[in-house]
Design a binder for this molecule. Structure first.
Ligand SMILES: Cc1ncc(COP(=O)(O)O)c(C=O)c1O
Length: 351
């Protein structure tokens, strides 16, 4: 009963096979290899236009480096309070931007709206005495398992651009969002106004692989220096290129995400039938966030279930009452019906 995260699972065999296939012989290093070249071409094909993309090893590095291309040290990045960049990256965005400030805002389901962004921007009245708002970052799928529809992304991007901000999207779970929305990757990124995307791979079947994808080439100027300086330019870059090529080939990335999403939906439907359990948020990607009695939570842990309680703002649309706890279950590309059904059966038995 393992539902702690989507990176508790191993890698997709097709990706490991691609790394093995790339293992023979010698090749150019530092990303000048053919696998990396083909990976960037494949990313361009996925987005339906040429992109400038850089492969890196972790999502935190992808986010922090992407932001460093958008924001000067005296700048501010506006984001949701629960955003990974704000809560889980140990100050890396601040470090890589040379000191820019992250400004967290609230919003149900970890989603932001034009109204929230507008109200916060209106509070910048001190000129050079405070930081300058330079970027807006949204997470797709969000930290609370919800997704932004293309029209929502467009409204936010249009507004942010109108106020002089660049837009970054943290897509550590971008595949889950696209699989859930059923839209094209273009519709929810550059066509909606996103300037830079952190495109995730690790959570969805890669070994260690993320990409920083620029839709505006001008913003990528000098990015190669930033990546090197951050220790993210892998000398044996062929292994990153091979992973990305295999990840995108024949839609593997979307198939894996669809499996994880389907298992989350099954889990949400099952959990909704457990006495005392409420689901305050829609399950739109591969994460399920129930409110449940603390006693049931403790019994599930004792029975061997592995998942986390979720601190922070909570559901935002519901209250966690005395004797209750807000928790997170994450499914992955290898989660099976049997895995989900075992958890639901245990919850029903213990409730
Ligand atoms: C929303 C989000 N962004 C980015 C990341 C990437 O993190 P890492 O640096 O662990 O690869 C994660 C991982 O948990 C995440 O959930």
């Amino acid at each position: 009963m393992e539902f702690a995260s989507d990176n508790v699972q191993g890698a997709d065999p097709a990706i490991l096979a691609a790394m093995m296939a790339a293992n023979d012989g010698t090749t150019y290093s530092y990303g000048a290899d053919p696998w990396t070249g083909r990976a960037v071409e494949a990313l361009s094909a996925v987005f339906g236009r040429p992109v400038t993309a850089f492969l890196v090893l972790t999502g935190s590095a992808a986010n922090s480096l992407a932001l460093s291309a958008l924001v000067p040290p005296h700048g501010a990045v506006l984001c949701h309070r629960e955003a990974h960049i704000n809560t889980d990256e140990c100050g890396m965005p601040e470090l890589f931007t040379g000191g820019a400030k992250l400004i967290g805002m609230g919003g149900a389901g970890a989603k932001l709206t034009v109204e929230t962004l507008s109200a916060r921007l209106d509070q910048f009245v001190r000129g050079e005495h405070e930081v300058k708002p330079c970027a807006f970052s949204l997470t797709q799928a969000t930290e609370l398992g919800t997704v932004y529809a293309p029209a929502e992304v467009k409204a936010l991007c249009d507004f942010a651009h109108g106020r002089g901000l660049k837009v970054h999207m943290d897509g550590a779970r971008f595949a889950n969002a696209v699989a859930s929305l059923g839209c094209s990757p273009a519709d929810v990124t550059w066509k909606a106004g996103v300037d830079v995307l952190s495109f995730g791979g690790t959570k969805n079947g890669a070994v260690m692989l993320e990409a920083v994808v620029f839709f505006d080439e001008a913003l990528a100027q000098d990015f190669k220096f930033k990546r090197k300086r951050a220790g993210q330019l892998l000398s044996k870059g062929r292994y990153l290129g091979a992973q990305m090529e295999a990840y995108l080939k024949d839609g593997l990335w979307l198939r894996n995400a669809a499996q994880a999403n389907a298992m989350a939906k099954r889990l949400a439907e099952g959990m909704a039938q457990v006495p005392g359990v409420r689901l305050p948020l829609p399950t739109q990607a591969n994460e399920v966030f129930p409110i449940m009695p603390v006693k049931l939570h403790e019994a599930l842990l004792a029975a061997g279930a592995h998942y986390y309680d979720w601190p922070g703002d909570g559901p935002g649309t519901d209250d966690v009452r005395a004797g209750e706890i807000f928790v997170r279950f994450v499914t992955g590309f290898r989660t099976t019906h049997a895995d989900v059904d075992a958890l639901i059966a245990a919850a029903k038995r213990l409730a």
